[in-house]
Design a binder for this molecule. Structure first.
Ligand SMILES: Cc1ncc(COP(=O)(O)O)c(C=O)c1O
Length: 379
């Protein structure tokens, strides 16, 4: 089956009991056993749940992996991978990551003895240098496109480096989604999602997922999923499956709208710089074309000055100032004060997260309305 068919049907056969075409929301927390230890594959909902199983199967097929474990949030999915490391193990992290991932690395797991070294940029030599700085390197962690600067990492090349040094590669695929890129086919070992974003797509459900390339890697992730218990409710799993059914349609529209908005913003007198992976002058634009089907719905702009930023925030009407991204409605945030507020001033400067940087999550409204809104807000 092709992507759109899998998005609608994978893991979601008609219910054998009633013929219902939408899988039931199994709220039961516990399941009858025929005799001790003999059951139909479900014992207790923290461990396995039929609705969650449908969602996990669907995401596995979209990412073209071998198994998925779903979590209550993106950060708990990230944690499940890290919690399989031991004190003294090391992570090499990409240059520009979601602020909450950096917070987990620097302010949670570093206290548990996990060493993290950041690559200075997203180029291969800096990943290799970072690996050599660690006494027991185990994992490379990247996003592509990154948050918020939408930088691209050559995933095939990073996977080659990771495997040459005996490390695993984890890719946070939240921004691109499996519709636009498939990290496991490019050599990654784990794909992580904040399914709160494009997979859910409607700003009404929190979730996370880890999909593995090799089946044996899911067992330790499932062990953490069950032991820590950060699992999504069956109702949230249902909402996610409902959202995923339109992922391919939404992503095409996000990309169409983003391309029109990028064309409007480039060269606008109030805009200093536009960040979008699809721009010809973007670094690694040849890699982008190789690893992404289209360039996504996220656009980041550096405005001319603080006055322009303040006026923009006051005047904009359709774009809502809010955290999060990837939903049908257009949102914007100022990472310096919002998603990346927890980073030190030095780190923000080093990354290029300036106070005038605005991250736009382009929704699927009528693009003419979005353009008029931006135009009047920047006037
Ligand atoms: C790229 C990325 N990864 C992970 C997360 C964390 O996900 P959640 O908020 O669902 O815990 C986010 C949240 O914004 C994100 O943008």
């Amino acid at each position: 089956m092709r992507f759109a068919t899998r998005a609608i049907h994978a893991g979601q056969d008609a219910d054998p009991l009633t013929g219902a075409v939408v899988p039931p929301i199994y709220l039961a927390t516990t399941f009858q056993q025929e005799r001790p230890g003999k059951h139909k594959g479900f014992e207790y909902t923290r461990t396995q749940n039929p609705t969650r199983k449908s969602l996990e199967e669907c995401i596995t097929q979209l990412e073209e992996g071998s198994a998925t474990a779903c979590f209550a949030s993106g950060v708990s999915a990230i944690s499940a991978i890290i919690q399989n490391l031991s004190p003294g193990d090391g992570i090499v992290a990409g240059h520009d990551l979601y602020g909450g991932t950096v917070r987990l690395f620097d302010k949670v797991y570093s206290y548990w003895g996990i060493e993290v070294v950041y690559a200075d940029d997203n180029q291969i030599p800096s990943f290799e240098q970072a690996i050599r700085k660690l006494s027991r390197p185990r994992l490379i962690w990247i996003e592509s496109p990154t948050n918020p600067l939408l930088k691209i990492v050559d995933m095939g090349a990073i996977a080659e480096v990771a495997h040459r040094y005996g490390l695993k590669l984890a890719v946070d695929n939240t921004f691109a989604t499996p519709y636009l890129q498939k990290p496991l086919l490019l050599g990654a070992d784990y794909v992580v999602h904040s399914s709160t974003k494009y997979l859910g797509g409607h700003s009404d459900v929190l979730g996370g997922a880890v999909t593995v390339k090799n089946y044996e890697d899911i067992k330790p992730i499932q062990f953490i999923q069950n032991s820590i218990g950060a699992v999504p409710s069956p109702f949230d799993c249902y909402l996610l499956m409902r959202g995923i059914k339109t992922l391919h349609v939404r992503m095409e529209r996000h990309c169409d709208n983003a391309e029109r908005i990028v064309a409007f913003l480039c060269g606008h007198p109030k805009v200093q710089k536009v960040y979008y992976p699809g721009l010809e002058q973007s670094p690694l634009s040849d890699v982008v074309k190789k690893q992404m089907k289209r360039f996504g719905g996220m656009v980041t702009v550096e405005l001319k000055d603080i006055e322009t930023l303040n006026r923009f925030c006051e005047r904009v009407k359709i774009f809502t100032l809010a955290e999060s991204l990837g939903a049908v409605e257009s949102l914007f945030c100022v990472p310096y004060y919002m998603t990346h507020a927890g980073l030190s001033e030095e780190k923000k400067q080093k990354l290029g997260v300036y106070p005038t940087l605005v991250r736009l999550s382009i929704g699927i409204e009528d693009v003419e309305d979005l353009l008029s809104d931006l135009e009047q807000a920047l006037e």
